[in-house]
Design a protein around this ligand. Structure first.
Ligand SMILES: Cc1ncc(COP(=O)(O)O)c(C=O)c1O
Length: 403
């Protein structure tokens, strides 16, 4: 019998459909109709998982690692994660502080589910990754958005945070480098934010560091947990192997936190998914402990594409793009084109801009409104330089044709 919409829970009803889906559906339709659409929507590396990591996954299956593991992950992987956090960030954790989950997305959910009571506020800087507000609603939390536009490099200030916090504020989400802007918080910016956080006893920080390895400028990646021991106690780090090692399909993410929080997440996970896939955990172990040159090689290629994309975007009158420090996204400002007319009609917002751009110039970009910033759009440079050259030429010709 088909489920009647009225039988859905309030929780399921509260989850918003992805605003960006309509653009990807339209792109799909146009491709099926034989049009040559250039897609800048990708949220994953276009590289394949490196061979030595694949081999470790295959070997794990052949060696019989095909049964349940401890719900929060195998000890070998937890130890490797602790070693990585020590080596890269100077942070000391023990295996009981680590929970391995089915992708960083699952880790984010675990953190919110473990920390949020109904009505608690989750502070989300915008532009944000689309899943943060939706996952907040799924755990009956209240998303509170702080807007940080292009004029402040898409980063919130300590003052904005201080003005926003209430006694119900329970979690601040930081995502550096950011999806969708690529921006990286500096040490002094994090110190100022940490000071505000430490002044609010109930407030925790979830630091989503999934793009940590993909940085291109001279600024290093710094976790807010590195600011002080006190701040480390207040932070849950989220990371994983998806983006750095081109392993999005393997679904391995993890958290590092105080063991009491790790214990809570681990108990919940034991009843929800049990362990993440056994063989994928062994592959992730190889990713973290094997040769790291692959990460640098992919980073070098992403950097070339980043420079190409940003310079092509800034050459378009009416579009401006700040240089992203990391991840693989550009987030240019397009609002100077609002009010202009294309062949289809007047461009009123980022959704209409992307819809007409796709229909008229066959280029798929993601409207900024999906990330909480209607003045911009997101383009992923996890695609070939040829696609970037062709796609950006099409965007330029289209924008120049607006009247
Ligand atoms: C900011 C951010 N956090 C977390 C994730 C989830 O990563 P995973 O594929 O490991 O679930 C993504 C994926 O797009 C992301 O952009």
């Amino acid at each position: 019998m088909p489920t009647k919409p009225s039988s859905l829970s309030d929780r399921a009803n509260a989850v918003q459909p992805s605003l960006t889906m309509s653009i990807s559906n339209l792109a799909k339709e146009l491709r099926q109709a034989g049009q040559d659409v250039i897609g800048f929507g990708a949220g994953e590396p276009d590289f394949d998982t490196p061979d030595f990591i694949k081999a470790a996954g295959i070997k794990a299956i052949q060696d019989g690692h095909n049964r349940y593991t401890p719900a929060s992950g195998i000890i070998e992987l937890k130890k490797a994660i602790c070693d990585k956090l020590k080596a890269d960030q100077g942070l000391s954790y023990s295996p009981s502080d680590i929970v391995v989950s089915c992708g960083a997305k699952h880790s984010v959910y675990n953190v919110l589910a473990a920390l949020i009571n109904p009505g608690d506020e989750v502070i989300i800087p915008a532009p944000y990754w689309v899943s943060y507000p939706e996952q907040t609603r799924l755990v009956d939390g209240v998303p509170v958005v702080i807007s940080a536009g292009a004029e402040q490099n898409f980063k919130i200030t300590a003052e904005q945070l201080a003005q926003t916090l209430t006694p119900r504020s329970k979690v601040l989400i930081l995502n550096s480098p950011s999806n969708p802007t690529g921006m990286l918080y500096t040490q002094s910016e994090l110190e100022a934010i940490a000071e505000v956080v430490l002044g609010h006893d109930q407030l925790m920080v979830m630091s989503d560091e999934i793009y940590e390895k993909l940085i291109y400028g001279t600024n290093p990646h710094i976790s807010i947990a590195q600011i002080s021991d006190e701040m480390k106690e207040r932070t849950v780090i989220v990371n994983g192997v998806s983006k750095a090692y081109a392993m999005t399909g393997w679904r391995i993410g993890y958290t590092a936190s105080h063991s009491a929080i790790a214990g809570g997440m681990s108990r919940m996970q034991s009843h929800i998914t049990s362990n993440p896939t056994s063989s994928a955990q062994w592959a992730a172990l190889e990713a973290l402990t094997g040769p790291q040159q692959v990460v640098a090689d992919m980073g070098k290629e992403f950097n070339k594409r980043r420079q190409l994309m940003v310079s092509r975007l800034n050459a378009i009158p009416g579009i401006s793009c700040s240089e992203p420090d990391g991840a693989f996204y550009a987030f240019p400002k397009i609002s100077d084109c609002f009010g202009k007319k294309s062949a289809t009609g007047v461009i009123t917002d980022s959704m209409v801009f992307c819809e007409y751009l796709l229909k008229e110039a066959q280029v798929a970009c993601v409207p900024g409104i999906g990330f909480g910033d209607d003045t911009c759009m997101r383009l992923s440079y996890a695609t070939s330089t040829t696609a970037i050259e062709t796609g950006l030429q099409r965007i330029q010709d289209w924008v120049e044709s607006l009247s």
